[in-house]
Design a protein around this ligand. Structure first.
Ligand code: FE2
Length: 277
């Protein structure tokens, strides 16, 4: 399992460096001059390149004086606003859902500018459950299908599947209607890629008031069965940051619970999400 933990001493040293930082820019500047941070970054990038995901265990450092924002910036073009999501009762955003999420990769509908890396940091654990994040490596799925179900593999590489949404991000300003029709799997010069968002596939048919063809829903059902069969379950502690190659993995998470306080306030698992491309 690709977990990289930093020692308490290293965590304390990096926190001391960032003590006076007042902004993300300042944190980026301080870290860029630190050999210790540079060693950490090199290790994270190497594991990510080889394993396609890495779980960084940074403890309190992860959420200290803009460290998370600075870290994301080190992996490419900063993608946008960092999203802070809790679990909610009345919210139609998938990230707030109490239910288990279906395996997907983020912004799959964004053909031109889909993020290369996704970052999830847990800042509060679930009040009841030990909630796991699931990861599927596409190269492992390909290997599985090559021998167990080559016909399915061929369909996943060749049959275009529609997706529809209004805008790419839930809280993005641009709400233009987007429709794409692409195969779920593809291969380019550096390997196999995936593009899959179950909600947006279903939304395409819901919006058109059409029934999804049986062959397509069966292909997706089989794809998810194989993918779930090789899924790795990770438990993210508070302060853990999961970094994943968003084009070569799928991810999900278990169902969550909600605790209701006397003041009507909800207590639930909370995460920060960000992307780099
Ligand atoms: Fe996601």
């Amino acid at each position: 399992m690709a977990i990289l933990k930093i020692s308490d001493e290293l965590q304390a040293e990096l926190k001391t460096l960032l003590k006076s930082s007042q902004s993300p820019e300042e944190t980026i500047d301080i870290l860029s001059k630190s050999t210790k941070f540079s060693n950490l970054l090199t290790s994270l990038k190497k594991i990510l390149k080889e394993d396609k995901f890495v779980q960084f265990r940074g403890g309190e450092l992860s959420n200290y004086n803009f460290f998370f924002t600075a870290l994301v910036n080190c992996f490419g073009e900063y993608y946008g606003v960092i999203e802070h999501t809790g679990i909610k009762i009345d919210c139609d955003y998938t990230g707030c859902s109490r239910n288990q999420l279906v395996l997907h990769n983020d912004d799959a509908i964004d053909i031109e500018r889909q993020p290369q890396f996704g970052f999830i940091q847990v800042i509060k654990e679930d009040p009841i459950f030990k909630v796991h994040n699931g990861i599927v490596l596409i190269r492992e799925l390909i290997r599985e299908l090559k021998f167990k179900d080559p016909d399915l593999l061929n369909s996943l590489l060749t049959v275009p599947v529609p997706m529809c949404s209004y805008g790419i991000n839930y809280d993005g300003e641009n709400k233009k209607r987007l429709v794409v029709k692409e195969p779920i799997l593809s291969k380019d010069s550096d390997g196999y890629k995936v593009r899959f968002d179950f909600e947006r596939i279903n939304f395409y048919y819901k919006e058109k008031n059409e029934k999804q063809p049986y062959e397509e829903s069966k292909m997706i059902f089989d794809f998810l069965q194989y993918a779930n069969g090789i899924k790795k379950a990770l438990f993210l502690e508070v302060g853990d940051i999961l970094i994943q190659n968003n084009k070569e993995t799928l991810h999900d998470r278990d169902e969550c619970s909600i605790e209701l306080g006397t003041n009507g306030k909800l207590n639930s698992r909370e995460i920060l999400v960000s992307f780099a491309r």
